[in-house]
Design a protein around this ligand. Structure first.
Ligand SMILES: Nc1nc2c(ncn2[C@@H]2O[C@H](COP(=O)(O)OP(=O)(O)OP(=O)(O)O)[C@@H](O)[C@H]2O)c(=O)[nH]1
Ligand SMILES: [Mg+2]
Length: 188
């Protein structure tokens, strides 16, 4: 299946009536700067549908995108952005929690985006455990895989798989479009 249309709908804070129409949802979560917004842009093949930045903490609300007029992508703010003020971190944390752990949606997939060159951090694994406890459907994306040397890629993927356990891990590069078909196959 492919993506034929993608539009920005609106920014939301936690939950929103727009999400109650029964459309399937794919939410992209991950550490600040892991490349969630870039990943969405590479999937929809638009350079700047989702705003990206070299500066962590770019995405400050949940951005809702309508895909193929029948499904939503949600670009969540990153977690673990240490430079944001304590208040701001708390606000972002609570809107992420509201969407992920308080609101309930039948057709929801969570794509956890990690830096594939770094591997899952303690914080990534902590969030993953919380997602598991809430029985979410989870897929892990090892993004920025273009930064891993060709000769180390196989081993790096094994290391990531050992750390995250039973979940499907897709090696991805938003920069080089690696993994796009595999990811689309998994989510659509
Ligand atoms: N080399 C490489 N860089 C990437 C890739 N994906 C994203 N980046 C870079 O990583 C940086 C952060 O990308 P964003 O997409 O803004 O990250 P984000 O996860 O949305 O960040 P927040 O909104 O702050 O949570 C940017 O400088 C991107 O160009 C990739 O696959 N390979
Ligand atoms: Mg972002």
């Amino acid at each position: 299946m492919n993506i034929t249309s993608a539009q920005f709908v609106k920014g939301i804070l936690g939950s929103d009536p727009a999400l109650d129409n029964g459309f399937p949802q794919v939410a992209f979560v991950g550490r600040s700067n892991a490349g969630k917004s870039s990943l969405i842009n590479s999937l929809v093949r638009q350079k700047s549908l989702a705003r990206t930045s070299n500066t962590p903490g770019r995405t400050q609300q949940i951005n809702l995108f309508l895909i193929n007029n029948n499904c939503y992508f949600l670009d969540l703010p990153g977690y673990g952005y240490a430079k944001a003020s304590k208040n701001r971190q708390a606000e972002l944390g609570s809107l992420i929690r509201e969407y992920l752990f308080v609101a309930k949606y039948d057709k929801q997939k969570i794509v956890q985006v990690i830096d594939g060159a770094v591997g899952p951090t303690e914080l990534d694994l902590e969030i993953l455990r919380m997602l598991e406890e809430h029985e979410k459907e989870i897929l892990i994306i090892a993004n920025k895989f273009d930064k891993v040397k060709k000769t180390s890629q196989k081993r790096q993927l094994e290391i990531i798989r050992e750390k995250v356990g039973e979940h499907t891990v897709v090696a991805y590069s938003s920069k080089e479009n690696l993994g796009r078909n595999e990811l689309l196959h998994e989510i659509l």
